[in-house]
Design a protein around this ligand. Structure first.
Ligand SMILES: [Zn+2]
Length: 167
């Protein structure tokens, strides 16, 4: 199977949910919330990002048809199927680093000790969790709670199916 060594993404507004999910999986992902398609394409090209969109017109552009810019035309309305399509198309398991990026600002998270985050998380979290991470940009604190476990399981399941299903 073809391998993409370091996939980075730019996500069009019409597939917005993919941005958070790809960040959850650890993929550097920009969310493009605007109507300036040319600006989005220029950013993708300049930063070497794979463009994800549902816009059939965008993928007809020469830059994309000639292969200079990699783009994936997302075919489903369903966010889960959209994510499966991306995982399958790029063999994403290779770079899987769940919860290493801030879901809001796409910044790499930094490890924090329990002492450093005391009084910044709810008491029940502080009592039950040992590992914490902080976003250096927005200062959100992340921990590996039940949501983390459920999402990691879901992503792994998607990756296991990869290659067994036709997208
Ligand atoms: Zn942040």
């Amino acid at each position: 199977m073809r391998q993409v060594i370091a996939a980075r993404f730019i996500v069009d507004h019409n597939v917005g949910k993919l941005a958070k999910w790809l960040r959850m999986m650890g993929y550097d992902t920009l969310f493009f919330n605007g109507s300036d398609d040319s600006g989005m394409i220029a950013t993708a090209l300049a930063e070497g990002r794979v463009l994800l969109t549902r816009d059939t017109q965008i993928v007809k552009r020469r830059l994309i048809t000639t292969g200079r810019l990699k783009a994936i035309l997302i075919t489903s309305d369903e966010p889960e199927l959209q994510l499966k399509q991306v995982i399958g198309a790029l063999n994403l398991a290779i770079n899987f680093r769940p919860f290493s990026l801030c879901l809001e600002c796409n910044q790499p998270l930094v490890d924090r000790s329990k002492g450093q985050i005391k009084d910044r998380v709810p008491p029940y979290v502080f009592q039950t969790q040992e590992q914490y991470m902080e976003c250096p940009s927005c200062h959100r604190i992340y921990w590996r709670g039940t949501h983390w476990q459920a999402m990691t399981k879901k992503f792994k399941r998607f990756m296991e199916y990869q290659g067994k299903e036709k997208f």
